[in-house]
Design a protein around this ligand. Structure first.
Ligand SMILES: Nc1ncnc2c1ncn2[C@@H]1O[C@H](COP(=O)(O)OP(=O)(O)OP(=O)(O)O)[C@@H](O)[C@H]1O
Length: 662
């Protein structure tokens, strides 16, 4: 037997509802009730009306009671045609049986409007109401589960399944976002749907659909902030907007929803906006959008993790692992570290200049690790190592079949670096065509992978490096001036090793400790070997120092590496040999000093044996003893042979292998 509840007084939404056996109608303040009561005295779930044993009943669940025909009821009571239910100030007339048809014709149901309810929390200007979807409630004696206002219908579930199935195919976060927005627009008939990063410091990736609404369409910053702060769905009540029309980007819409997208650890990283014209969203719309948003957030997190792994993988495959520790305590290296710390947190492009092997990549790594993008990927590409014809496809990606050999879609390095850092080493080697495309991306414009039909936008910070003088390259027409300006927003110059030779002992100790660990040995340097390293001019910089030490270590039978074992060739080796030889000469031509030098040298040669040394010097043992005593040549110094090694462990103790850059 059909029936109806019609509102006669108070705030109630909608103004009437049809009842049918097998369907329970809920009444209460919470927005998931069939009839939403805007009354301070109404509980979230206040009462239920249902059909049982051939009769209609009303059951009270409210704190402040329910009255039927003026009588406060306890539990469930039968309700008859024409009787009145009163909850707070809300009065509902129950009509059933034959009178229903007549009444329907006489008094059509009131239009669905959303009055400003007394129970509304906050105001439009103060804050929009935060909508919370309550947990399902079942109580003893409840009728069987019924169709509820907030349950997703078959068509919505179908749309959700369709979205989830296609989302698996999305190869980029952008594609996934577009799929989600399309699904929402289609299902809820919203006017506009948008995705916006929450982090204000990030150049926010923003996607707005339909495309005709364009990227210029502002998404309400206020709603984004609120969704981010509360961590919950923000639903802009239309009744509030009617009372206090918004002055921001929402002014042309009837209703708006903003949902925070969160990582699995609960941090909001973006917000989903859905705006509607004409009429308000209903509970099911919100449920549907929330379901899509949840899946989208999860999907984006998986994409992020995958990109990070891909980038790490490609870095490991193509690059020798580098420590992110920058070794050195010279003023040049201290200044370098300070520059890195200043540059890292900024969003600007960085140009790292310095000679080959001086540590430019290490600097780029340190910038990334000390930036806000540390959670994102660091993708390293050596522009000089990729054939110019392939570089464009590598950077921007390509579609399957775009050229011979393109047997699958390939996300470019820019896409791999999305939300992270792209280190373009040897940027001076880029072709002019590539430079033009790079400039567009740096300026925040979208790009199109080779063979693709649509554009992609990414959020990437560029750190570029070159050993060339870019200004010279610009003058000679090999490098675009506009790109040069863009890259040089922050410039960092890495000093050549010959500018900070005082760091050589620490660097040598660091590299020897590393190779010792790899070879399970304990390599050390003689003082002469160390002097040789410090006298050398290092055209190949720190990379060459590392290679020389590694080569000497693996080729040496002894753990103690002497000057001769260091493979330093050319003029500089002669200079080093001269320096070593010079260190072995008497300090002056003063006869007394020459004698002291000769005694020391003889003792050294004979391993501190005074008798043998006396023979070498052509004097008696007693005379030598007397001279040693007189000249104050300490026996402990004299007998040290071979020369004391330089122990890597001394510097090693200062080095933290996994620690952040000092
Ligand atoms: N200050 C430093 N502390 C520790 N290791 C360093 C330092 N500087 C450079 N290195 C090491 O030297 C090697 C070369 O460094 P890197 O690759 O960063 O140089 P680069 O300037 O980028 O070279 P290229 O111009 O050839 O690309 C790496 O093994 C790096 O770890």
């Amino acid at each position: 037997m059909r029936a109806r509840l019609t509102s006669e007084a108070g705030d109630c939404l909608p103004a009437s509802v049809d009842l049918s056996p097998g369907t329970t109608v809920t009444l209460g303040r919470s927005r998931d009730n069939t009839l939403v009561l805007r009354d301070e005295l109404a509980s979230r779930l206040h009462a239920k009306v249902y059909f049982e044993d051939g009769k209609w009943h009303v059951r009270d669940f409210g704190l402040n009671g329910t009255r039927v025909e003026g009588q406060k009821i306890t539990g469930a009571v039968e309700i008859a045609d024409g009787e009145v239910i009163k909850i707070g100030e809300v009065v509902l007339r129950f009509t059933a049986g034959p009178r229903l048809a007549a009444k329907t014709q006489l008094k059509p149901a009131a239009p669905v409007t959303l009055p400003i309810g007394r129970a509304t929390v906050g105001s439009y200007h103060g804050s929009t109401k935060v909508h919370e979807l309550p947990a399902e409630r079942t109580l003893p004696g409840d009728p069987p589960p019924e169709e509820s206002a907030n349950r997703l219908r078959m068509d919505e579930l179908t749309a959700l399944c369709k979205f989830m199935t296609s989302a698996v195919e999305a190869r980029t976060p952008h594609e996934l976002i577009v799929m989600a927005l399309r699904s929402i627009l289609h299902q809820t008939t919203a006017k506009l749907a948008g995705y916006l990063s929450v982090d204000a410091d990030d150049p926010a990736p923003k996607v707005v659909l339909p495309e005709t609404a364009a990227v210029d369409m502002p998404l309400s910053r206020r709603l984004t902030q609120q969704a981010h702060q509360t961590g919950r769905t923000v639903w802009l009540f239309p009744e509030l907007t009617a009372a206090h029309p918004p002055t921001d980007s929402l002014s042309s819409f009837a209703d708006a929803i903003c949902i925070p997208l969160k990582t699995s650890s609960g941090d909001s990283f973006a917000a989903l906006h859905v705006y509607r014209s004409g009429r308000a969203f209903d509970e099911r719309d919100v449920r549907f959008i929330e379901a899509v948003a949840g899946y989208l957030a999860h999907g984006l997190e998986i994409h992020r993790q995958r990109r990070r792994l891909e980038a790490e993988n490609s870095r490991l495959r193509t690059h020798t692992p580098t420590a992110d520790d920058i070794i050195g305590e010279s003023s040049a290296v201290i200044a370098l570290r300070q520059q890195i710390f200043r540059a890292a947190p900024q969003a600007y492009t960085v140009l790292v200049q310095g000679e080959s092997g001086s540590g430019k990549e290490l600097v780029a790594l340190a910038i990334h690790r000390n930036s806000k993008r540390v959670g994102g990927p660091l993708v390293v590409v050596n522009c000089a190592a990729i054939a110019p014809t392939l570089l464009e496809a590598e950077l921007f990606g390509y579609k399957k079949g775009a050229f011979s050999g393109a047997d699958r879609d390939h996300p470019g390095l820019f896409q791999q670096a999305d939300e992270g850092t792209l280190f373009l080493d040897e940027i001076g080697e880029l072709s002019l065509d590539c430079q033009a495309r790079l400039l567009r991306v740096i300026e925040g414009k979208a790009f199109r992978p080779v063979g693709a039909t649509s554009d992609i936008k990414v959020d990437v910070r560029i750190v570029a490096a070159t050993h060339r003088n870019l200004d010279q390259e610009v003058k000679s027409g090999r490098f675009r001036q506009d790109l040069c300006y863009r890259l040089k927003v922050i410039q960092i110059r890495v000093p050549a090793l010959r500018e900070h030779p005082e760091d050589i002992p620490e660097l040598a100790a660091f590299f020897l400790a590393r190779v010792s660990g790899e070879c399970r040995r304990s390599f050390r340097l003689t003082p002469a070997a160390m002097r040789k390293l410090q006298a050398y001019t290092w055209p190949g910089n720190v990379r060459q120092l590392r290679a020389v030490l590694e080569s000497a270590a693996v080729m040496s039978e002894a753990d103690l590496l002497d000057a001769e074992s260091l493979p330093l060739g050319g003029v500089s080796e002669l200079a080093s040999a001269a320096a070593v030889a010079a260190a072995d000469l008497p300090p002056s031509l003063d006869m007394d000093e020459i004698e002291t030098w000769a005694i020391r040298r003889a003792l050294k040669q004979t391993g501190g044996n005074v008798s043998h040394a006396a023979k070498v010097l052509g004097m008696s043992r007693d005379t030598l003893h007397t001279k040693i005593k007189k000249k104050g040549i300490e026996r402990v110094v004299v007998v040290e042979s071979p020369e004391p090694p330089v122990l890597p462990a001394a510097a090693e103790s200062d080095w933290t292998p996994t620690g952040a850059m000092r």
